[in-house]
Each structure stands twice: as structure tokens, then as C-alpha cells.
Design a protein around this ligand. Structure first.
Ligand code: NDP
Ligand SMILES: O=C1OC[C@@H](O)[C@H](O)[C@H]1O
Length: 368
């Protein structure tokens, strides 16, 4: 029997920065290169605030495809009847207002990480999305990588027991002394700093390895404690650490994220009967090792697995979006609204304890 025709998802792209380009290049790859035959992606429109940039972007990232419309604002993308879903790739503090405009226009939405600047903004977006009956997901690409699926499978098959501790570390050297103070990593008006930029990637592993573990029964952490070191340049956090407890699973997460160092340690999860080490960088690890120990703590077996694929890795999340929309879902079961909200609530609390207050006007929703 021949395969049914693949479902085609028609994307509008909001903004023309770095990650928008990476995403478009990935979704335009032939899905067969990743063994996908049920969905396919088309880019039909690109919007930019800046005259000429959308067309330049189409030329550079989509081979100048004449069928893609270049708009010199974002609103025309939301109004375009040919667009099914929009991908929002502006700096963090504009995710809320752009996603809201898209949802109001009844477009499905994939929003770059972090979903919004605060949990209040996210809750409001999700309320409106429910009313408008559209799909919303944070672009948590790491959750959809083949290696991540493999980690979950191995944890399950290898009978490691319940998780006890998870240590996650992610750093990037943004050369902040040389950056413009307007750069999104340094500018507090753009939600700059380590927590909102890199924090999503330690949280995804906490969610995979602890929150989703059967021993946790979907329970949220009951205690959050955070520390921040701030840049004297603009006051955003350059180094942040936080700890979460998951009392149901009897597990603790400790995380460290930094924007001024190139060395990252990855993630170590200690289970009752072994450990899992996920390589750095945590947003796109290429290998992991599972070790089993005996009652004395001696390693009795270890397995290392590697993951590779064609493309940058941003297309797997797009496949999830297409399948969910095809099936009439309003959220992904894999990266659900509950998980997105949990992440934003942790960030709110770590920012509160770290004394990171956004400049006036940045937070668009005060409480929901
Ligand atoms: N998933 C991943 O791997 C990654 C995700 N990200 C996330 O994507 C988002 C964008 O990051 P990145 O692509 O690196 O950012 P860039 O600065 O490269 O691009 C952001 C784009 O947003 C648009 N924009 C709208 N308003 C503003 C504003 N006030 N200031 C600056 N730009 C604005 C601009 O496009 P235009 O002028 O065309 O409108 C700009 O090019 C962030 O939220 C970040 O967390 C970033 C990197 C990797
Ligand atoms: O999402 C991201 O992943 C890679 C980092 O370099 C980048 O700053 C961040 O936004």
C-alpha cells in the first residue's frame, strides 16, 4: 500500500536574526533525510521590522524562492491567509506580544525559548490560545532530538531506579566585554543574561530526567533557591545557579549557567543503580554514557551512545508542531503547556531571589 500524502505545514517566519535562519534552513531540508515521510514544511512568508531584510533573508536562507512573500513588518505575516503557523524568533521580551498578535489572528505558534519573559505573560497567552483554538509550543528543540529519545529509552530499559540528583551545567562565552550594550545577551530590555537564555536547557533535562520520571508522579518542585551574579555593565545575570527539590521523587536538581565561560560540564544524573552522563552542550548533546554500579558503587557495565543527523537539529521540533496541528491538537504532549509554565515559574522565582528586575515596561502582563 502506498503512503498517504504528507501533511504540509505552511510557515510564516517572524524576524530575520540568527536562529530564524537556522530554523528555516533546517525545515527546508528534505524530511526523508531524517526518515520523516508523514509531514513536510513550506516557508510561505517572512516578516522583518527592517526594509529589505526579509528579502535578503529569503535569498540567503531559502535560495531566493520567489513563492515566499517578504513583508516589511510582522503584522502582514499574521494577516496572510496562506500562513498556517508562525515561528517567533525575536528577542525574549517580544515573544509575548508577537505570539499574542499571531494567536489573535488565529495562527498556530511556535515560540523561541524562553516562551515569554514571565510566567504571567505565558499564562495569558495560553488562555487566549485556548479561546482562539490554536496550537502553541515553546521551541524546546532539545526535547525532540533523536539522542534525547534515546536517553529516555535507555533510562527505561536499563532499570536504573529512581533519580536522586541531577547536576546540570551550561555556559557560553559571549565575550560580553566586547558586546554592544544593546545586544540581547546584555540588554535587560531584551531579557538579557544567563538565566533566560541558557536556563531553558538545564530545565529541559530536569523535566526529562526527574519531572517526567514515574517516581515523581508529575509533581512540581516545592522549593526553589537561586543565586545570581550580575554584570556591572547592565545588571543582567552573567552567572546564575539554582536548586530545585522534587520531594515526590526524592530528587534534587542543581544547575549552573554562565554567559562568560566556554567550558560546560553537561549533565550528570545519579540514579539508585547507576548514573547517566549527558555531554555538553546541553542544548544539543552528541553523546551520553550510562553506567551501572553494584552495591559497593563499583561500575559493572557501561554503555555510550552517539547521536547524529542531517541538519542543525531544529527540524525535529517543527515535525512535532506539524503532527500536532494535523491531528487537531492544541498542545504537544511531549512539551506540554504544563511544562512550559513550570519552567517560567522557576525562572520568575530565581529572578526574584537574584534581584533581577526588568526595566519598566518590559513585563506586559503583571498577573494572571
Ligand atoms: N533554539 C536555539 O538554538 C536558539 C534560540 N534562540 C532564541 O531566539 C531568540 C532570538 O535570538 P537570536 O536569533 O540569537 O537573536 P538575533 O538578535 O540574532 O535576532 C533577533 C531578531 O529579532 C528581531 N527583533 C525584533 N525586535 C528586536 C529588538 N528590539 N532588538 C533586536 N532585534 C529585534 C530582529 O529581526 P528583524 O529586524 O528582521 O525584525 C532580529 O534580527 C531569543 O529568544 C533566543 O533565546 C537564540 C539562539 C539559538
Ligand atoms: O538557545 C541558545 O542556544 C545556543 C546559545 O548559543 C544561544 O545563546 C542560545 O540562545
Amino acid at each position: 500500500m502506498s503512503n498517504p500524502k504528507p501533511f504540509v505545514l505552511r510557515w510564516g517566519i517572524i524576524s530575520t536574526g540568527r536562529i530564524a535562519g537556522d530554523f528555516v534552513e533546517d525545515i527546508l531540508l528534505d524530511p526523508k533525510t531524517r526518515d520523516v515521510v508523514d509531514v513536510i514544511h513550506k516557508v510561505v512568508a517572512v516578516g522583518s521590522r527592517t526594509a529589505g531584510k526579509a528579502q535578503e533573508f529569503i535569498d540567503a536562507k531559502a535560495g531566493g524562492d520567489k513563492n515566499i512573500k517578504a513583508y516589511e513588518n510582522y503584522a502582514d505575516v499574521y494577516a496572510d491567509p496562506d500562513v498556517d503557523a508562525v515561528y517567533i524568533a525575536t528577542p525574549h521580551t517580544f515573544h509575548y506580544e508577537e505570539a499574542l498578535a499571531a494567536i489573535e489572528a488565529r495562527k498556530h505558534v511556535l515560540i523561541e525559548k524562553p516562551s515569554t519573559a514571565t510566567s504571567a505573560e505565558l499564562r495569558h497567552l495560553l488562555q487566549i490560545a485556548e479561546q482562539k483554538k490554536v496550537f502553541v509550543m515553546e521551541a524546546m528543540w532539545t526535547r525532540f532530538l533523536p539522542l534525547t529519545q534515546e536517553v529516555l529509552k535507555v533510562i527505561d530499559e536499563e532499570d536504573l531506579g529512581r533519580p536522586i540528583t541531577l547536576h546540570a551545567d551550561l555556559s557560553g562565552d559571549f565575550h560580553i566585554d566586547k558586546l554592544s550594550l544593546e545586544h540581547r545577551i546584555l540588554n535587560p530590555r531584551l531579557g538579557g543574561g544567563a538565566l533566560l537564555d541558557l536556563g531553558p536547557y538545564v530545565m529541559v533535562w530536569a523535566i526529562i530526567c526527574i519531572f517526567e520520571h514515574s517516581s515523581n508522579h508529575n509533581s512540581r518542585p516545592t522549593s526553589i533557591s537561586g543565586l545570581m551574579l550580575k554584570s556591572p555593565l547592565t545588571g543582567v545575570d552573567t552567572n546564575t545557579s539554582f536548586t530545585l527539590n522534587f520531594p515526590d521523587a526524592q530528587a534534587i536538581l542543581t544547575a549552573s549557567i554562565n554567559v562568560n565561560s566556554i567550558s560546560s560540564f553537561g549533565c550528570n544524573v545519579r540514579y539508585e543503580r547507576g548514573t547517566v552522563n549527558i555531554s555538553s552542550p546541553l542544548y544539543c548533546p552528541k553523546e551520553f554514557t550510562v553506567k551501572h554500579h553494584d552495591k559497593t558503587g563499583r561500575t559493572i557495565r557501561h554503555v555510550t551512545r552517539f547521536g547524529d543527523y542531517v541538519g542543525g537539529g531544529w527540524h525535529f521540533q517543527a515535525d512535532e508542531v506539524a503532527r500536532c496541528i494535523r491531528d487537531g491538537k492544541k498542545e504537544s504532549e511531549i512539551w506540554s503547556h504544563q511544562k512550559m509554565i513550570l519552567v517560567m515559574e522557576v525562572f520568575d522565582e530565581v529572578r526574584r531571589q537574584g534581584g533581577y528586575v526588568f526595566p519598566p515596561g518590559v513585563e506586559k502582563v503583571v498577573s494572571v
